[in-house]
Design a protein around this ligand. Structure first.
Ligand SMILES: Nc1ncnc2c1ncn2[C@@H]1O[C@H](COP(=O)(O)OP(=O)(O)O)[C@@H](O)[C@H]1O
Ligand SMILES: O=C(O)C[C@@H](O)[C@H](O)C(=O)COP(=O)(O)O
Length: 337
C-alpha cells in the first residue's frame, strides 16, 4: 500500500530545494587525499543529485536554489538544463558568494570520505523571498534537505517553502542529509531538524542522522521503531531509516514496517548511495507503487551509483534500473560487498 496522495493535475512532479554544488571525485582509487592528484568534476549536492536522479527516471523536476555568479555556477545551471530540470527558480547570487565544493577521497571501496569547502557558499544565501508560492503550488512534491537549515537566510527559506507546500497539498519529502560542516552545535542541529520534520510527509535518513535529531530524546537504544513513531503524531506518513549495506526499513503511520532488500554491487565508493536510493524510492512512490517496490527501486539505483564514479551523472534511467534488477535476479550480477 502507498499512503501518499499526489494531485495529478500539476505540471511538475517534484521541486528540490537547497544545495547546488560541485563534487570533485578522486580519479585515483584506493589512496588517501594527500596522494590523490586528479579529480573529475560533477554537479553535486544532495538535493541536486536527487533532482537529477528523478529527471533520469523521467520525472519533471524543478529546483529552488542560489548558485554563485561564477564558472561553476554556470556549469551547474547548464547541466540541470541538459537534464531537463526546470531552472526558472534557480537564482544567481550577486553577493560575492562561491560554489560549494566536495572533494572525495576513495581510500578503499568501503572507506570513503568527503572534504567540503563551504565558506560563504551561494546555496546558503537562499532567501525567503526567493521561494515562490505559485511555483511550489504547481508541483506534486517538494524535497528539502537538512543542510539548507544550517544557516540563515536559507533556513527561513526552507520554512517558507514548507508552509506553501502544506497549504497547497504538495507532498513533502525530507532527506535529513546531515553534514557536520555548517552547523554550530548539536543542539542547533536537533532543534531545526525537529521543527522541519514536524511539517513533512516522508522523512528519510540514516540511523546516525536520526541520532543527531534525537539529542534531546531518550532513545538510548537507537531503536528505529521508537524513532519513527514520534513523527506519526505530526504529518509523517512514512519514515525510512537507512542502514548502509544492511539495507533500510520503512515505517508507516498505519503501523506497518517494511525491510528493504539490497542488491549486489561492485562497490567503487560508498557516497551517492543515499541520494540515488532517495531518487528511486521517491520515483516509485510518485508512480503510486507500494512501499516495498519503491524501496527495491531505491536500492537498485543505489547499487548502480555506488558501482560508478559519480553520484549525479551515473543516476540511472528506468531501463537501466529494470535491467539491473533483472540481471541480479538471473545471477548475472552477484558481487555483494
Ligand atoms: N555496500 C552496499 N551494497 C549494496 N547496496 C548498498 C550498499 N551501501 C548502501 N547501499 C544501498 O543504499 C541505501 C542507502 O545507503 P546508506 O549508506 O544508508 O545512505 P547514505 O549514503 O545516505 O549514508 C541502502 O539502504 C542500500 O539499499
Ligand atoms: O551532498 C553533497 O554536497 C555531496 C554529494 O554530492 C556527494 O555526492 C555525496 O556525498 C553523496 O551523498 P550520499 O548520497 O548521502 O552518500
Amino acid at each position: 500500500m502507498n499512503p501518499l496522495y499526489f494531485m495529478s493535475n500539476k505540471p511538475l512532479d517534484l521541486i528540490a530545494l537547497g544545495r547546488l554544488c560541485i563534487d570533485l571525485n578522486a580519479n585515483e582509487f584506493n589512496r588517501p587525499m594527500e596522494e590523490t592528484m586528479t579529480f573529475t568534476k560533477y554537479v553535486g549536492g544532495s538535493p541536486a543529485n536527487i533532482a537529477i536522479g528523478l529527471a533520469r527516471l523521467g520525472q519533471k523536476s524543478g529546483f529552488i536554489g542560489r548558485i554563485a555568479d561564477d564558472q561553476m555556477g554556470r556549469f551547474i545551471k547548464s547541466y540541470l538544463e541538459k537534464n531537463q530540470i526546470d531552472t526558472s527558480n534557480v537564482i544567481t547570487d550577486q553577493s560575492g558568494s562561491v560554489t560549494g565544493l566536495a572533494f572525495t577521497e576513495i581510500k578503499s571501496p568501503t572507506e570513503c570520505s568527503i572534504l567540503m569547502y563551504r565558506d560563504n557558499v551561494a546555496d546558503l544565501k537562499l532567501e525567503p523571498r526567493d521561494v515562490s508560492e505559485e511555483y511550489i503550488k504547481h508541483s506534486k512534491a517538494l524535497l528539502i534537505s537538512g543542510t539548507a537549515l544550517a544557516k540563515s537566510p536559507s533556513r527561513e527559506a526552507v520554512f517558507v517553502a514548507l508552509d506553501y507546500a502544506r497549504k497547497h497539498d504538495v507532498t513533502i519529502f525530507f532527506d535529513l542529509d546531515y553534514r557536520p560542516y555548517t552547523w554550530n552545535s548539536p543542539e542547533e542541529t536537533a532543534v531545526y531538524y525537529n521543527l522541519a520534520a514536524e511539517k513533512c510527509d516522508v522523512i528519510i535518513g540514516t540511523r546516525e542522522e536520526f541520532d543527531f535529531m534525537e539529542c534531546f530524546a531518550k532513545n538510548t537504544d537507537h531503536d528505529d521503531h521508537v524513532t519513527a513513531q514520534k513523527w506519526f503524531d505530526f504529518h509523517a506518513k512514512i519514515v525510512v531509516i537507512k542502514h548502509g549495506k544492511d539495507g533500510s526499513i520503512a515505517y508507516t503511520k498505519t503501523g506497518e514496517s517494511f525491510t528493504g532488500t539490497i542488491f549486489p554491487a561492485k562497490v567503487l565508493k560508498t557516497f551517492g548511495a543515499g541520494d540515488s536510493y532517495a531518487a528511486g524510492f521517491i520515483y516509485g512512490l510518485l508512480q503510486g507503487w507500494d512501499i516495498p517496490k519503491a524501496m527495491e527501486y531505491g536500492a537498485a539505483a543505489a547499487s548502480i551509483v555506488i558501482s560508478s564514479h559519480s553520484s549525479s551523472d551515473s543516476m540511472p534511467t528506468v531501463e537501466q534500473v529494470e535491467e539491473y534488477i533483472a540481471k541480479c535476479r538471473n545471477g548475472e550480477i552477484a558481487t555483494a560487498q
